[in-house]
Ligand binder design. Structure first.
Ligand code: NAD
Length: 373
């Protein structure tokens, strides 16, 4: 039996509610699909940890940089609390996972699942099934820039918008490969016509970095003739995604656009509480829900753990592909189907989906459905 080291973090706000439920489902999947998990953690970390530990560190001492590299895969609850954004004297973890582990692909599926209503009218389950594929290391979030203060007053702020050939090439190639394989989707292709399609969404013609992004996309099209070519300006895409969501299959975009559009996709699929995501590179991966720490509902056990459960499922799929272990890939499908079964039955649903079940009740129902597979 293979044993995988999985490193976990709880994070802030609803992290303490959704992470244990996702771990429950991970353990159920390990039992059912026959692999062994060595848990490292889950450890506390985040803004709350900083404040409750005299503003010295955002994570426990035993969390060293090395364990991030030792782990086969990682998951993390949301970190950050609105009152403390930008006010704490340091990071929440000993490294910046996206940059230090070079996790260049943020995969954020948007699927309308059975028993769930989209904010868009008259949409059937399965009629929306696209992936926002967000570049994850460049653009406005490359952390290059600064602020000039004069006489104690913040006078000038600069964020450099960086796109590199390497950064564009690898995320766009990942997009073509994902459209080809149908990975992380309900089924391959766009729901409207079944066509495998990679949409390039950015603001070419205006932003130089996006000119490069589009040029590289256009140059790669000939290598993937089985994948339909489609490109749209990012502002137009925010309109088209609402008007004809069934047209989209995989949509690749630079970092900041993907950050914004994937929250909108949360609404399209019925709730941010359903929005799973992984940050994936070639050697490392960490699972994290699309949303934040949801302080408006934290502490009441009413949050929807599906986002975290699906993120961990996707993490298993990534690890299965890397290790050539089909059991992990089957476990991802098993978790995905179990979520659908519980949602379709409609008896147990959290308040964001119009129900009154607790986070725990939903997590337990999914774990039971995984075992019943
Ligand atoms: P948010 O994503 O936490 O919440 C937005 C809305 O979605 C809220 O109404 C919330 O109740 C709802 N929601 C989110 N997750 C839900 C779930 N699982 N079930 C049910 N409803 C859910 O956005 P915010 O309030 O703007 O941010 C809160 C904090 O999270 C901020 O401090 C921000 O910095 C941080 N944040 C962290 C991450 C991360 O760690 N990856 C990402 C985004 C925001």
């Amino acid at each position: 039996m293979s044993r995988y080291k999985i490193l976990g973090f709880i994070g802030d706000g609803i992290g303490a509610e959704i992470v244990p439920e996702a771990v429950k489902v991970l353990d159920a999947a390990a039992d059912t699909y026959g692999f062994d998990v060595e848990h490292l953690g889950p450890y506390e970390c985040g803004a709350h940890y900083w404040v409750s530990h005299q503003m010295k560190r955002g994570w426990p001492e035993e969390v060293t940089k090395d364990i991030f590299y030792e782990a086969d895969a990682i998951y993390k609850g949301p970190t950050g609390l609105p009152d403390l954004v930008g006010k704490l004297p340091g990071p929440y973890l000993p490294l910046n996972m996206r940059l230090d582990l070079d996790l260049y692909a943020n995969v954020r599926p948007c699927r309308l699942r059975p028993g769930v209503e989209s904010v868009l009218r008259g949409r059937e389950p399965g009629s929306i099934d696209f992936i926002v594929l967000r570049e994850n290391t460049e653009h406005m979030y490359a952390a290059i820039g600064g602020i000039m203060r004069r006489g104690g007053v913040s006078e000038l702020a600069i964020d450099d918008y960086v796109q590199t050939r390497k950064g564009c090439e690898r995320i766009i190639r990942r997009g073509f490969e994902m459209a080809r394989s149908g990975d992380y989707k309900g089924r391959p292709g766009a729901p409207r016509d079944g066509k495998r399609r990679l949409t390039c969404a950015c603001k070419w013609g205006l932003c130089k970095g996006d000119d490069l992004f589009k040029e590289i996309y256009d140059g790669m099209v000939a290598e993937y003739l089985d994948v339909e070519r489609d490109s749209t300006w990012i502002d137009s895409w925010s309109y088209y995604a609402l008007m004809r969501p069934d047209f989209y299959d995989v949509v690749v975009m630079p970092n900041q656009y993907g950050d914004i559009m994937s929250d909108m996709s949360g609404a399209i699929q019925g709730s941010l509480g359903l929005a799973g995501s992984i940050n994936a590179g070639d050697s490392h991966c960490f699972a994290e829900a699309t949303h934040g720490s949801a302080p408006d509902i934290a502490g009441r056990c009413v949050s929807n753990p599906t986002s975290m459960i699906l993120s961990i499922g996707m993490m298993l799929n990534w690890l299965g592909e890397k290790k050539g272990d089909q059991r992990l890939r089957d476990a991802w499908r098993g978790i995905d189907r179990a979520v659908d079964r519980v949602l379709a039955a409609g008896k147990i649903r959290t308040p964001d989906l119009g129900g009154s079940s607790s986070t725990k009740q939903f997590g337990s129902a999914v774990a039971k459905a995984v075992k019943a597979a």
